[in-house]
Design a protein around this ligand. Structure first.
Ligand code: 3PG
Length: 307
């Protein structure tokens, strides 16, 4: 059995070494396709693969068409909006993610970006985040870690997440659950985004929510660029010279944000949320283990598609 790791943005070597160990110990072969620049390279490599590990690499209909032997694809990470689940399901290919494995890295980056913005991008006098209200938009693995870190740093933490089944988590964490997304934004001096990009969330954060935020508010996006209505956010930031936006995912209008808003805007040079050795090891090894459990024992824990 052949396991392909196809990563435009490679894992740290320590992670690929660990993946290789797991794959080879199970008697399988590991093929690495890193930093590929043409999709044709991906199509050619996936043609003979039984299993595939990717990061944000897009697994499209064309990839599925090229992957004649593919049985399973694991997105080493949380968000699986890069997988064409319909195409995979139609072929009976199992799709999985590795929830929680890179959460701490993303949460630390969100906190770091918050402080960076509060301190005038380390280029002048700023403010402190202690005593401010931090809103967590979606209280999943990452959102919860950001909330708990915010609390440890002296922030008042509020959250909105209608998908949390066990509401006791908010009380246990001493985090106030607010009743609506509108209430969340209206109260948040710092707003940390952790919603996935879905048909419901795409373009859902824009003018009205940004305009409702308290004076000097900052939105921190370590989730997905697609959830932002960029035209609406730009309009709000033009009308309110106190609003700030920091993002780990380059907006479509990155140049416009940078040109119009100077130090009120910050974008990482490339997506850095999961770029730690620890996150690469956790997510990469989890992906390899999940593949082996599936190929050897048919275990489908963490499957995200149905067929
Ligand atoms: C995720 O969904 O897990 C993160 O966005 C990390 O994405 P990356 O593997 O492309 O860095």
């Amino acid at each position: 059995m052949k396991v392909l790791v196809a990563t435009e943005k490679p894992f740290a070597k320590v992670a690929t070494d660990g993946i290789r160990k797991i794959v080879e110990a199970a008697g399988c072969e590991l093929v690495l396709l890193e930093k590929y620049t043409a999709l044709e390279e991906f199509y050619a490599a996936v043609a003979s693969a039984d299993a595939l590990i990717v990061r944000s690499d897009k697994v499209t209909q064309a990839v599925v068409d090229a992957a004649k032997n593919l049985k399973i694809v694991v997105r080493a990470g949380a968000g699986f909006d890069n997988l064409d689940l319909n195409a995979l399901s139609a072929r009976g290919i199992v799709a999985m993610n590795t929830p929680g494995q890179n959460s701490n890295a993303v949460a630390e980056l969100a906190i770091g970006m918050m402080i960076f913005m509060a301190r005038a991008q380390f280029g002048g006098a700023g403010t402190e985040i202690a005593g401010k209200t931090l809103g967590i938009h979606a209280y999943g693995n990452v959102g919860r870690l950001v909330g708990l870190a915010g609390k440890a740093l002296g922030m008042k933490v509020i959250a909105f997440d209608p998908f949390v089944a066990d509401k006791a988590i908010f009380a246990n964490d001493h985090v106030e659950e607010v009743a609506s997304v509108e209430e969340l934004y209206a109260k948040s001096e710092y707003l940390s985004l952790h919603i996935p990009a879905t048909a419901q969330t795409k373009g859902s954060i824009g003018y009205a929510l940004a305009m409702s935020m308290p004076k000097g508010a900052t939105i921190v996006n370590t989730a997905r660029k697609e959830v932002i209505d960029e035209v609406g956010l730009i309009k709000a930031m033009e009308e309110r010279a106190d609003l700030k936006y920091a993002t780990d995912i380059a907006p479509e209008a990155a140049a416009e944000f940078a040109e119009k808003f100077g130090k009120r805007y910050f974008g990482t040079p490339k997506k850095m949320g999961a770029e730690t050795a620890e996150a690469n090891i956790n997510a990469g090894l989890a992906a390899a283990n999940q593949i082996m459990l599936f190929l050897k024992e048919g275990i489908t824990k963490f499957q995200v598609n149905k067929f």
